[in-house]
Design a binder for this molecule. Structure first.
Ligand SMILES: Cc1ncc(COP(=O)(O)O)c(C=O)c1O
Length: 474
């Protein structure tokens, strides 16, 4: 086996989730544990925790899946079951796709890429070129491809935040390139200081690392912060001065819980607004159908927009995309729906809006509730989530627990998270999987468990935490 494969670590699907799967199987087999179900808070996978899919999206998807339903002989029946705009959208998509069982264009279906470009134009107020948009299998495959083309040898470095989403560190291990970490500031609500970026790039270059790009996750995962426009301008200026490509991971762009104080701005928009000087700044931005209020993670939809990228690089990207033939067509349909949902005046608009708003409001309430719960616990502090789907509290783990972890050859935060899983069935991921300031311990939990079960979810964690602290307190 290639040693690089062995070197990869991916905590979101690591030891904790593997144990959680085993516990879940035990429960399914009728075994009695101290809890009724395993709650998978290790991953932002809303429908795994019973979030209801958006009705319009599934209506269109199901009609595309079974075009027999659209035939004249079935029309009456279908019109009873589906609203007219869902039928019309499915017909339009199928006209442009043909069969969804066929390979599509390797960059994605041209009609859908045009719709994505129109969405970006509406969002940002600046033009987007459908030829510079690639539809991808979730954002992950776009990120992997871009990291692959940006890294040439093992002295190439890519700046990534700490804490980070492990897709970045894992992909860099696979392509044998170096992560160049910059730390987010926990005391300033996980804020990003451009002086830290400068320090990090200078130190790495002094060690001979060829630093090529900067990754920004906005809103942050696991940290949940949203960048201010001013901060984004500084970041773009930094990239421009240091000749770094900017990778903007914007998959949580609609998961914004303080829209007045902390609205979302895309890097594309901010870059475009900065005038002529910056119009050669290279940018890749990523979006996904897995997040937001959609949560269609399993459909693997996403897109990548390339801004100011040389045509020859785009040709190479196209070639690499062609090796996989095409992104899956179900995901592409979901991208069309995400970027082009029922508009005001459409038959389905009201239902779409009410479903979307209900999920959004509920996520916002659950984010606050879980942060309040964490902040009420002995030795735990937690920043609010301005965005995304996660909290990343810090825990002061008692010395005795650190010793007990050492005996088991585990990191203290992994020891804590494993104890929580065994006691409550709640699966979170230790901070070591994301990176953290040395000497600090964290874990990441989603706030996705169902709202009607949220109180009992919080009280299970409270009870466990108190027991853990009592057991290991000096
Ligand atoms: C910051 C970030 N980027 C990218 C992804 C990848 O998501 P997907 O490949 O499902 O679009 C995730 C998933 O959790 C994420 O949190």
């Amino acid at each position: 086996m290639h040693p690089l494969v062995r070197s990869v670590e991916y905590a979101v699907r690591g030891a904790l989730p593997i144990r959680a799967e085993a516990l879940s199987k035990q429960l399914q087999n009728g075994e009695k544990l101290g809890f009724d179900r395993v709650v998978f808070c290790n991953i932002g996978n809303p429908q795994q925790l019973n979030q209801k899919p958006i009705t319009f999206f599934r209506q269109v998807a199901s009609l595309c899946e079974n075009p027999e339903l659209l035939k004249a002989e079935n029309r009456q029946l279908v019109e009873k079951l589906y609203p007219k705009d869902a039928i019309a959208r499915a017909e339009l998509l199928l006209k442009n796709i043909g069969s969804i069982g066929a390979y599509s264009h390797s960059k994605g279906i041209p009609f859908i890429r045009e719709n994505v470009a129109k969405f970006i134009e509406r969002r940002d107020g600046y033009p987007a070129n459908p030829e510079h948009i690639f539809l991808t299998q979730g954002a992950s495959s776009g990120v992997q491809t871009v990291l692959q083309i940006l890294t040439q040898h093992n002295k190439c470095g890519i700046m990534i935040p700490i804490p980070q989403y492990p897709l970045y560190s894992a992909t860099l291990s696979l392509v044998d390139a170096q992560p160049v970490p910059y730390y987010l500031n926990e005391k300033q609500n996980w804020g990003l200081n451009v002086d830290d970026l400068k320090k990090s790039v200078e130190e790495s270059r002094a060690k001979g690392v060829d630093v090529r790009a900067l990754v920004i996750i906005n809103p942050g995962n696991p940290t949940g912060q949203c960048l201010s426009e001013e901060n984004m301008r500084e970041i773009i200026d930094f990239c421009h001065t240091e000749h770094l490509v900017l990778l903007a991971d914007e998959v949580y762009q609609t998961n914004i819980y303080q829209p007045e104080q902390r609205p979302f701005h895309s890097f594309k928009k901010v870059l475009m607004s900065m005038g002529e000087k910056y119009q050669d700044q290279e940018l890749f931005s990523f979006h996904s159908t897995s997040k937001g209020m959609i949560g269609e993670c399993g459909r693997r939809g996403g897109y990548l927009e390339c801004v100011n990228i040389d045509e020859q690089v785009l040709d190479q990207l196209y070639k690499i995309a062609s090796i996989s033939l095409c992104p899956n067509v179900h995901g592409q349909i979901m991208v069309d729906l995400m970027t082009n949902p029922p508009a005001e005046g459409d038959i389905s608009h009201e239902q779409f809006k009410s479903e979307n708003d209900a999920i959004y409001e509920s996520l916002r309430r659950r984010a606050t509730k879980l942060a309040t719960c964490f902040n009420s616990l002995e030795g735990m502090t937690c920043n609010d989530a301005e965005g995304a789907m996660y909290l990343f509290p810090q825990i002061q783990i008692p010395e005795k627990a650190i010793e007990a972890a050492k005996e088991k050859n585990m990191a203290p935060d992994a020891f804590y998270a494993m104890a929580m899983l065994e006691a409550t069935g709640v699966c979170v991921i230790p901070g070591t999987g994301f990176g953290q300031e040395p000497g600090t311990w964290h874990f990441r939990s989603t706030f996705l468990p169902e709202e009607h079960l949220f109180d009992s979810f919080c009280s299970a964690i409270e009870k466990f935490h108190q027991g853990f602290m009592d057991k290991y307190r000096a």
